[in-house]
Design a protein around this ligand. Structure first.
Ligand SMILES: NC(=O)C1=CN([C@@H]2O[C@H](COP(=O)(O)OP(=O)(O)OC[C@H]3O[C@@H](n4cnc5c(N)ncnc54)[C@H](O)[C@@H]3O)[C@@H](O)[C@H]2O)[C@@H](O)CC1
Ligand SMILES: [K+]
Length: 500
């Protein structure tokens, strides 16, 4: 699914107005109706303090005030005054409301006008929407501060006021909402980690914008959803044999970190590969054979670390390397040797990335189509510190292009950055997965998918989605606090079932 920017969303509104056709005031009414329904269903308050700007976001707020009043609620409207005349639909809604004398309208012209806000009310933030074109200053910034200091919860309409859709809002005055009721589609701002304090829980309000529009525009950004992954997934043929599903090799573990090898191997086994081998330090062999009897074990010559490849890497259709291997000198030599050989598709994670970060010339040895799976700290070690998280997305994509690899930047909204300059955000998964071992599970899954012949792009998109979905099932079964990486593995099967 395409992730549209603010300008494209505005064009989509205009496209719908022209082709449905519908007058824009009616579209605003549709949007206000959807928000009012949500507010009535999900908030128990009787009193709503509605703060409006003079653009269409403010127009939404005025219409919501009227609809809440019509449903028997008390609505008080506060207008952030400015020299602006107000958008056409704002003015229309203002005139309707003006005639309804039962709804008080207060004009905010200076700090003295900022109202005392009762704890028991709901604040509706309709100051600025996707039309924000500069940071908030003066009275607007003071009002945002005032609302953020109030005890009452804030529900933002479309986007928290002061938050930019498509660029960083670092250092700006931004509403901190408990919930955001956003129209039709997710905005990029909701997928970026640094914005987490602002939007709370995001709820999509369907306002029936015409579905034909997104096909007409191009965008580098996409959202990974079930439909996309279903198109990638290839069901197993009934007459298939294990040779049809590749041979995956996991290279992982060191003394005290055999668990990482076990988690990657088990998740690899659970994700469809025909054969799975695992290269571990010699002392880990018994643990692996007991914990993952379906896998074949290749013992290292060294007792406690990965040091040597006493086998040909060629027969493996994909190799996942890194979980728990440490960054010792012998392991570093091993990794260089692996990268220098004509090896098949590689998934590089954890300490493999840390070794590359310490020896950046190794980046030039990466074969096209390899997958790198850094978490934010590993990403920083590899590619330096970025001034904000939007920049991080940009750098991930430019590095994917430069080195012709897929970069999976892990996080709550994992980004799959592709060498063709596009970026795919994953929206499955939950905070229960923020635990040691989750990344090892992903490495195993990606290696398994690559071994089965999925391209690195397909494997990355499908893998992060299934990983998150398995995590969501694990959270339902065990709870976010209690779930562990093994629970994710246990639910990989159920995640695959959603693709049939
Ligand atoms: N176009 C449509 O048909 C629809 C629009 N909708 C609403 O319209 C919103 C977008 O409306 P607009 O494009 O009018 O924009 P906004 O309502 O976000 O406000 C933009 C206005 O504020 C001014 N402004 C921007 N940044 C400012 C700043 N930092 N300080 C002071 N003034 C600033 C702009 O010059 C402009 O006058 C959406 O977020 C959504 O809430 C919805 O009603 C759905 C339908
Ligand atoms: K808003």
């Amino acid at each position: 699914m395409k992730l549209l920017n603010a300008a494209q969303i505005r064009q989509w509104d205009a496209f719908t107005i022209e082709h449905e056709p519908i007058v824009s005031l009616q579209l605003m009414e549709r949007a206000a109706n959807a928000c009012t329904r949500w507010l009535l269903q999900h908030t128990l308050a009787d009193v709503y303090y509605i703060f409006c700007g003079k653009g269409n976001n403010g127009g939404d707020g005025l219409a919501i005030a009227r609809l809440l009043y019509n449903s028997g609620k008390t609505a008080k409207v506060f207008i952030l005054e400015s020299d602006a005349k107000g958008s056409e639909d704002y003015i229309s809604n203002f005139n309707i409301l003006h005639h309804l004398s039962a709804i008080p309208i207060y004009q905010l012209r200076s700090e003295q006008d900022l109202p005392v806000i009762p704890e028991s009310c709901i604040i509706v933030d309709a100051l600025f929407g996707t039309g924000l074109n500069r940071g908030l200053t003066g009275l607007a910034a003071q009002l945002v501060q005032h609302l953020n200091n109030a005890q009452a919860p804030t529900i933002a309409i479309d986007i928290p006021s002061g938050l930019f859709c498509d660029q960083s809002s670092r250092g700006q005055s931004v509403i901190r909402a408990r919930h955001t009721l956003t129209f039709q589609v997710l905005k990029m701002a909701f997928l970026i980690a640094e914005n987490e304090p602002f939007f709370g829980l995001v709820h999509l309000m369907d306002i029936n914008l015409l579905p034909a529009f997104p096909d007409l525009v191009s965008t580098p950004f996409h959202i990974i959803n079930q439909a996309l992954v279903q198109r990638i997934y290839r069901p197993r043929a009934a007459f298939a044999h294990k040779g049809n599903f590749g041979h995956a090799l996991i290279i992982a573990g060191s003394y005290g970190k055999t668990g990482a090898a076990l988690l990657s191997t088990r998740s690899c086994l659970r994700s469809g590969a025909g054969l799975v081998s695992v290269h571990v330090p010699e002392k880990s062999v018994a643990i692996m054979q007991t914990g993952a009897p379906e896998a074949m074990v290749l013992p290292d010559a060294d007792a406690t670390t990965i040091t040597r490849m006493d086998y040909e890497p060629d027969p493996f259709s994909a190799i996942g390397v890194g979980p728990g291997i440490g960054t010792g000198i012998k392991t570093r030599f091993f990794l260089r040797e692996l990268l220098e050989r004509e090896t098949s598709s590689l998934v590089l994670d954890a300490d493999a990335l840390n070794i590359i970060a310490e020896n950046p010339e190794l980046l030039n040895l990466l074969r096209p189509g390899s997958i790198l799976t850094p978490h934010p700290k590993e990403f920083t070690r590899l590619f330096g510190t970025q001034e904000d998280d939007f920049k991080k997305v940009e750098v991930a994509i430019s590095k994917a292009m430069e080195f012709n690899v897929v970069i999976v930047l892990k996080g709550h909204r994992t980004l799959v950055a592709l060498p063709d300059g596009t970026g795919f955000f994953n929206i499955s998964g939950n905070a229960g997965m923020a635990k040691g071992g989750s990344g090892d599970v992903l490495t195993g899954m990606l290696t398994s998918l690559m071994a089965q012949g999925y391209s690195s792009k397909e494997a990355a998109i499908m893998g992060v989605f299934l990983h998150g979905l398995a995590g969501d099932f694990a959270a339902t079964a065990r709870g976010m606090d209690a779930m562990i990486a093994t629970d994710i593995i246990e639910h990989i099967g159920k995640a695959f079932e959603q693709l049939f």
